[in-house]
Design a protein around this ligand. Structure first.
Ligand code: PRP
Ligand code: URA
Length: 212
């Protein structure tokens, strides 16, 4: 799928870990471990979106021009399944603020239903970058809703981090939010008639938390 706003990870470890979490015989605790590893690799790749500003420092020997991050970083997992990506992202961005968005998909209409949203007060909103964390980008309804909420809150730079995406979801984000870049570990073929990603991995929240 030709899309300037989509980055699909090609690292060999990503391919093997994705295979592990797709496998229906992988237990919920192994699933959680591999999602954790994937989230670190995904965070590292998505961190390429950060901007730098110059910073002069002194080593014990001389002055040197270095860098610091220009952006205040916010991580926003979409509850519940987005919590699975938190450890890896927090490992890469230890100073990030954390916002939570509670949204679930109505099983019949497939439309997002919001039940919680908490966003931090930022000192420099103009330079903030928000990484939205959700393992599954299916119809794109939940993600698009999350982006709308952030834009209403005045956020300009938004990055989507997903493990498995459907072409339908990617198109939906491209249609509504051209300015938002998506990082994903896998781009699958289609959605089934219940809105599940095929081949996908099933219900991410249930597999992650052992609530099947
Ligand atoms: C899953 C997933 C996404 C959403 C994707 O959440 O984690 O948030 O579905 O589907 P969409 O792109 O069609 O909106 P779910 O609604 O199952 O909630 P849960 O994480 O609480 O289980
Ligand atoms: N949500 C999931 O957890 N899995 C899918 O395949 C689609 C939406």
């Amino acid at each position: 799928m030709a899309n300037m706003n989509l980055v699909q990870l090609t690292h060999p470890l990503v391919k093997t870990y994705i295979t592990k979490i797709r496998d229906k015989n992988t237990s919920y605790f192994e699933f959680r471990q591999y999602v954790d590893k994937l989230s670190t690799l995904l965070a590292y790749e998505a961190a390429k979106e950060l901007e730098l500003k110059p910073k002069k420092i002194k080593t014990p020997l001389a002055s040197v021009k270095g860098y610091e991050l220009k952006n205040e970083v916010v991580l926003m997992p979409i509850l519940r399944a987005g919590l699975g990506l938190m450890n890896g992202f927090n490992h890469i961005f230890p100073e990030a603020r954390i916002s939570h968005l509670g949204v679930y998909r109505n099983e019949e209409t497939l439309k997002p239903v919001k039940y919680y949203f908490k966003f931090p007060k930022l000192t420099d909103k103009k330079n903030a970058i928000v990484f939205i964390l959700d393992p599954m980008l299916a119809t794109g309804g939940s993600m698009s809703y999350a982006i709308d909420e952030l834009k209403k809150a005045g956020i300009k730079k938004i990055v989507v981090a997903s493990l498995v995406s459907a072409p339908e979801g990617v198109k939906e984000i491209r249609r509504k939010h051209k300015d938002v870049k998506i990082f994903t570990c896998a781009l699958d073929t289609h959605l089934d008639d219940r809105g599940y990603i095929v081949p996908g991995l099933g219900d991410a929240g249930d597999r992650l938390f052992g609530t099947l």
